[in-house]
Design a protein around this ligand. Structure first.
Ligand code: ZN
Length: 183
């Protein structure tokens, strides 16, 4: 089922999601719906707060382009993006490495807004799956960026927070319009 994506400034986007302590049928349904909703919206990632659910659950699929990462290891084993996407994960923690790289990002909760965001180029993410496995994902490129963007959502942080002050100033009017329309 397609879920409704909530837009900035919905307060749910600013909350830290609760940890998922029990994977119920409801959680599995939510995850399946989020994958469907992400595809329908042509996104590469979606976090539960973006469909109004304040939980540490997110989905990502960047497998449209295997070349968007230069390496991918899961629990120390080389993997392709096609093998692990769409990935559904809960309760993540991140270690960020690599020099900061700037690249353009969008967000499904900010239709029509894009901006350059500087983020560390590599991540080591420890996440849980719905089947109770722990995965250690080491990667770079677009997958590393998408993981950081979605994990930010789970802790109430948004990509506008990470824009340069010049960019923030430039989008001030757009944000104000969104506050008026969706607030
Ligand atoms: Zn987003």
């Amino acid at each position: 089922m397609i879920r409704t994506i909530v837009f900035y400034p919905d307060p749910v986007l600013r909350r830290t999601g609760g940890r998922v302590t029990e994977v119920t049928g409801e959680i599995r349904q939510l995850a399946a719906d989020m994958v469907e909703t992400m595809y329908e919206a042509n996104g590469v990632g979606l976090a539960a707060p973006q469909v109004g659910v304040s939980l540490q659950l997110a989905v990502i699929d960047v497998s449209h382009d295997e070349e968007c990462v230069s390496y991918l290891r899961v629990n120390g084993e080389e993997k392709t993006l096609g093998e692990i996407c769409p990935i559904i994960f809960i309760n993540p923690s991140l270690e960020l490495t690599g020099a900061k790289e700037a690249s353009e990002e969008g967000c499904l909760s900010f239709p029509d807004l894009r901006g350059e965001i500087a983020r560390p180029g590599e991540v080591r993410a420890t996440v849980e799956t719905l089947d109770g496995k722990t995965l250690v994902i080491e990667t770079d490129g677009l997958f590393a960026r998408a993981i950081q963007h979605e994990v930010d959502h789970l802790f109430g942080k948004l990509f506008i927070d990470r824009m340069s002050s010049a960019r923030k100033l430039a989008i001030r009017r757009q944000l104000k319009e969104m506050q008026e329309e969706f607030g």
